[in-house]
Each structure stands twice: as C-alpha cells, then as structure tokens.
Design a protein around this ligand. Structure first.
Ligand code: ASP
Length: 313
C-alpha cells in the first residue's frame, strides 16, 4: 500500500507527495517534495519561510530526513537564509560522511550545494518579532539586543512551552515497500539562538526503518529528545507492538516529562505495512492527515488523545 501520513499542517504538500509515489518516485522523494511545499506556505508560522524567529529576530530552520531502507539520515539545524532545510538535510544524508550540520556550517554547505538564498521570510518574521517585544523594548533598542550579554531572562519570559507552535512531519511508503520520514520546523519562536529541538535529532523528532515502520513528533521537542521518542516507537514495533500500542507506550515513557513541564507531544506513525496512527497528549485533541494510493483527497483523522493511567487501544 502506497501511503503518505502527515501532521495536521501537511495539507499544502500531501497530494504532491502522493503524486510522486504514484509516478513511481521513492518514499524519500515523496517526503521531500511534500515538505518543500509546506516550507513555502507563508501562513504556516512553524515551518519554512513563514517561520517565526528566535529572540534576536533571526529565523533559524531545522530539518531531518531518514531513509528506512538503509537507516541513512541527514539533518540540519539553525539554518539561516534558505527556504528548504529539508532539501539541505537530504544532501547532507546523500553526499557527506555526516548526519547533522548546524549553524554557519550548514549555511555554508547549502551555498556549496548551490541552494539559492531566500530573504523573503524576514519581513514577516521581523514584524512579528517587533510586535512580541514591543512591550519590553522601545523599537529603536531592538537591534541592539544582540549586543546584550544576557538573553536568557528574556527567553524565559517570552517562551511559552504550553502553546501550540508548529513543525511538519511527513511519513511515506512507496510501491517498493520502502519507508521514509521527514521533519521540518522553525522551532520555538523566541528561542535562544542556536537552540535545536527534536526535529533535526534522528530518533527524537523522526525515525524510519523499513523493517518495522516510522514515526515523527511535533510539540515540545526537548521532551522527545529526552525520551528518544521516534526511535522508541519503531523499537516497540520491532518488539511486536502494534503501531497504536507502540505510540501509546512511547507516550507513557514521556508521561513524567509531560507532567513536569506542562508541554505536549503529538505523534504520527505507521507500521511497515503502512498502517497509520496519530496520537496527542493534548486533552483538546488534534488531527493528522492520511492519503492512500486510492484516495482522491487527503483524509483528516482525529488523533487519539493520550490519557495517563489508561490502557490505550
Ligand atoms: N517540535 C518542535 C521543536 O521543538 C516545535 C513544535 O513542533 O511545535 O522545535
């Protein structure tokens, strides 16, 4: 079964990803093509060119991609000035002896690979940044923020780990039975410069292994890094859990972290046959998207709401 599963905000790219699969493309091609369209969606303030900036008003993008055939993986973190971190991550995977490049090194690599710089997002991000900081600083002092020795008190004041932010997850299974996973984000708005969340961390924000399945996360990335969430889900499937049981178990692993922080995690996953599942720790629930080879349009599904101390599915 050819299939694409995405987080709720994958809509701009899911049909394209399915088209790539239908035309004989690989799961990796599908994931990259779908995410590229989300990265161009200016309305999405958590991904690509619409992404909100860090505390200094700079948009820093993170992404990762993983090939379930070989466990090859690539990631970039805190990239500035490029619209498609997912494609840079794919080049890291395919062309370098590394898995992850960050900051200046990642920017430099993007230039070396011939990606064109994109200055588009900055105006929107800058306005939002000015708006957010307006009550704390007069506009003329904002540009001098970078000179301040202390940023942490500001970051602490502005970041709200309970709020919904945004990241896009794409999982795909192609006609060859191969699975891939991709994740792209601008991370937490008003984050400390250089902060990486789970999205570029293989095994935290995303993981794919043809033999068992794939999983990816959105939400409070520091928690899925600490619990190794995406990798755990795939490992639980290896141990014989269904995709639903595996996700439920990973939420159970996260439970103390969720309770202590008040943050939330959403997960999309599929098993190796392409059975999809979505779960959220948010009591108000959430959605994810599924498109199968025989669907005309993406199907919006309710994520299962994880509740502590219940047995699950
Ligand atoms: N997981 C992302 C991060 O921590 C943010 C999000 O999905 O809201 O960077």
């Amino acid at each position: 079964m050819m299939l694409v599963v995405t987080s709720h905000n994958g809509l701009p790219g899911i049909a394209k990803a399915m088209q790539v699969l239908r035309e004989g493309g690989t799961a990796l091609d599908a994931v990259e093509a779908g995410i590229r369209l989300v990265e161009l969606n200016e309305q999405d303030e958590g991904v690509g060119i619409g992404g909100l900036p860090n505390i200094l008003g700079q948009v820093e993008l993170d992404a990762s991609i993983m090939d379930g055939r070989t466990l090859a993986a690539g990631a970039v973190g805190a990239v500035q000035g490029y619209a498609h971190p997912i494609s840079i991550a794919r080049r890291v995977m395919e062309l370098t002896p590394h898995v992850m490049l960050v900051g200046e090194g990642a920017n430099r690599f993007a230039a070396e690979m011939g990606f064109s710089r994109c200055d588009l997002p900055l105006e929107h991000a800058r306005n939002k940044w000015q708006e957010r900081l307006r009550d704390l600083f007069p506009a003329e002092e904002l540009d001098a923020l970078a000179e301040r020795k202390e940023l942490l008190p500001l970051v602490r004041e502005l970041i709200n780990t309970r709020l919904r932010q945004g990241t896009v997850n794409f999982l795909a299974r192609d006609q060859y039975g191969d699975i891939a996973c991709g994740v792209s984000t601008s991370g937490w708005p008003w984050k400390y410069p250089g902060r990486l969340g789970d999205s570029p961390v293989i095994g935290a924000g995303g993981y794919a292994d043809n033999r068992y399945g794939a999983a990816a996360c959105t939400g409070y990335g520091e928690l899925s890094i600490r619990a190794g969430t995406a990798r755990s889900i795939v490992l639980y499937m290896k141990m014989g859990f269904s995709v639903a049981e595996a996700c439920w178990e990973a939420m159970r692993d996260l439970q103390p972290l969720l309770t202590a922080s008040g943050g939330y995690i959403n997960i999309v996953a599929m098993d190796r046959h392409g059975e999809p599942f979505g779960i959220t720790s948010k009591p108000s629930g959430g959605h994810y998207l599924v498109m199968r080879e025989d669907s005309h349009t993406p199907e919006e599904r309710d994520a299962v709401v994880y509740q502590e101390n219940t047995a699950g599915e």
